[in-house]
Design a protein around this ligand. Structure first.
Ligand code: AGP
Length: 609
């Protein structure tokens, strides 16, 4: 997610913008830039990489002026580069943008046919050209923004300056946050409150569709219909660190709660509902190449490997395609039977994991097509793969992966739907059925997050235990593995994930009153078997925490604790169970007084073997 900062007032803008961009670095970025309006000119400075590169550029060619906007870019459309960095200019106006414009290609083609020349690969530049077109007819920038807003599909927060309106910054938002504030020296805007706190704690959070005009000593707000709107500033009591976490106690909790948005953003603009198809332009594979793929492979590490295991069940059960799932460090050192024309899917949040990269390179060397499901745009894996599906989670700061896992599973749903429709294994009606149910997931995750207190109370009872066992069957066997990993890595409690049917082949010897057992028992065709596993565990006095489907009360008298997720199709339960298990691990670790964002011994990206 990008970072936006703006200032109009009596002070020199560049130092304020740079200070604000530094405050936004925590959001993650791959390039940065700013624009200053001064004496009838618009000066733009941009650079790839860290802010220090932008500062070096400004050191060489400083800019005077007291009206400016700045931006840190987390690439979604177009690789990280100076050319794709914001601000973007068209004619006499310049803007910065946070969000995703789904229909930017259609709009770009239309603008190019009208003679507009594009300099970048971004969706953002489309907004600049649309506005400059409309400004030829409209008298005011705020009116032009309202008009252009009707053409944009997706989400955005924008800050715009025009030579036609010196000493002004005009902002608007739809789906992405934008905060504005005023103090004795001028007016400020930013993507979140963090950069504003050193200047003012009296701020206004703009609402969707609203437009605001910022001037040195005045802010005017208009409602979506263009009517002036009185506003009441809010007082922010957070300190800067709390603001970076959006008011959450740590990044892990913030990222757990971002998952509904991640699901929406990863789905956004990637399906055609009428035809019931997924739309994956970055896949860079023709239907014939997909149809011709001899075998499918998924290779990843850690949590991403667990997502890959979920993918195995999706490929087999949604579209009847066999698929081989491997751990990166195993695949790279076997003599794998991968051949030319196989499809090799590498899953990685960072796109820099050494074992996954090495496996992908080995697959490529053997002639396979490599598709990356990755979060970090422009990462090594993304650049080396033949095709990419980005998970659009924004940067995942906490070492324990949460929202990235969810984004990976959503990407796999889309990929499997695509394969199913290409192979005509799924009908248009079945495709629409799956899309309808994917689109229900954000609300269902919200529903689970609202019951966090219940999971927290369970966590408090078991935070001192030394061992846990997680049991799951079918598509939730990987979720048992993931739940155990989350607990291990942030609470340092030994936890094992196991296929529930394997219990009798050894682990049952471990069961006693000191080993809590988490059982995932959705209402699926394996439900009865999961219940009998649960009874076996109970018979050996182990405390049982059962995760069930809503409406199932059969275990209320059997398990010590029952947590219900929405009653959905079995193949749609993994994300919902995982969110519950993320919260369980989180609250146990917090009870143990541990640093959930930076667990001991762990790195966010394992770039070495
Ligand atoms: C997950 O919580 C861990 N931090 C770790 O297992 C991680 O998933 C693994 O290192 C793979 O990282 P990647 O997704 O960036 O490739």
């Amino acid at each position: 997610m990008c970072g936006i900062i703006g200032y109009v007032g009596r002070e020199s803008a560049v130092p304020i913008l740079l200070s604000g961009l530094r405050r936004l670095e925590y959001r993650g970025y791959d390039s940065a830039g700013l624009a200053i309006q001064h004496n009838g000119n618009l000066e733009i400075r941009r650079s790839e990489g860290k802010l220090s590169n932008l500062e070096a550029v400004l050191h060489k060619t400083s800019i005077e002026g007291s009206t400016g906007i700045g931006h840190t870019r987390w690439a979604t459309h177009g690789r990280p580069s100076e050319q794709n960095a914001h601000p973007h200019r068209s004619g006499d106006l310049v803007l910065v943008h946070n969000g995703i414009i789904e229909n930017f290609l259609t709009l770009r083609h239309q603008l190019e046919s009208e003679g507009h020349r594009f300099e970048s690969e971004t969706d953002t530049e489309v907004i600049a050209h649309l506005l400059s077109s409309v400004m030829k007819r409209e008298s005011r920038l705020d009116q032009a923004i309202r008009q252009v807003a009707h053409e944009l599909h997706g989400n955005y927060a924008i800050a715009v300056m025009s030579l036609a309106e010196p000493g002004r910054i005009v902002v608007s938002r739809s789906g992405c946050p934008l905060v504005i504030g005023l103090n004795g020296t001028g007016a400020f805007l930013a993507s979140d409150v963090t950069p504003l706190l050193e200047y003012t704690r009296e701020v206004l959070f703009l609402e969707d569709g609203e437009v605001a005009i910022l001037q040195e000593s005045e802010i005017k707000v208009f409602d979506p219909e263009g009517q002036p709107k009185e506003y009441q500033a809010e007082t922010i009591h957070w300190d800067a660190e709390a603001a970076e976490k959006g008011g959450y106690p740590d990044f892990m909790m913030k990222e757990i709660h971002e998952q509904p948005q991640v699901i929406m953003d990863t789905l956004r603009g990637r399906f055609n509902y009428e035809s019931g198809e997924a739309d994956l332009p970055d896949l860079v594979m023709t239907k014939e190449e997909l149809l011709g793929a001899r075998r499918f492979w998924i290779v990843a590490c850690g949590t991403s490997w667990h997502a890959g295991l979920v993918g195995k069940y999706l490929f087999e059960e949604m579209v009847r395609r066999p698929i081989q799932v491997d751990i990166g460090s195993e695949f790279r050192y076997r003599d794998p039977m991968i051949q030319p024309n196989d499809l090799f899917i590498a899953i990685s949040q960072s796109g820099e994991t050494a074992d996954t990269l090495a496996a992908a390179r080995e697959a490529k060397r053997r002639g396979a097509r490599v598709l990356a499901i990755v979060n970090a745009v422009g990462s090594t894996l993304a650049r080396e793969a033949d095709g990419v599906i980005y998970t659009r989670c924004g940067p995942e700061i906490s070492v324990a992966s949460t929202k990235a896992f969810t984004g990976q599973v959503i990407a796999l749903y889309l990929l499997v739907l695509h394969v199913g429709r290409v192979h005509e294994v799924l009908s248009p009606e079945e495709g629409r059925w799956w899309l309808d149910h994917f689109l229900l997931l954000p609300g269902q995750v919200e529903h689970i997050l609202k019951q966090e207190n219940m999971i927290e109370s369970i966590a408090k009872q078991y935070a001192k235990k030394r061992n846990f066992l997680y049991l799951g069957r079918g598509i939730n066997y990987p979720i048992a593995l993931e739940g155990a990993l989350k607990l291990k890595e942030i609470s340092y409690i030994h936890a094992e994930g196991y296929a529930a049917g394997e219990m009798k082949h050894g682990p049952i010897a471990l069961i006693d009153s000191e080993m809590p057992v988490v059982v995932l028992s959705p209402k699926d065709r394996l439900y009865e078997k999961s219940v009998s596993n649960l009874m076996e565990v109970r018979a050996r006095s182990a405390p049982v925490i059962a995760f069930v489907s809503e409406g199932d009360h059969a275990l209320d008298q059997v398990a010590d604790h029952v947590f219900a997720i929405p009653d959905v199709h079995p193949l749609l339960t993994p994300i919902l169970f995982t969110v519950g298990l993320q919260l369980l691990a989180y609250h146990i670790a917090v009870q143990r007084g541990l640093d959930v964002d930076r667990p001991r011994n762990l790195a966010k990206s394992v770039t070495v073997e």
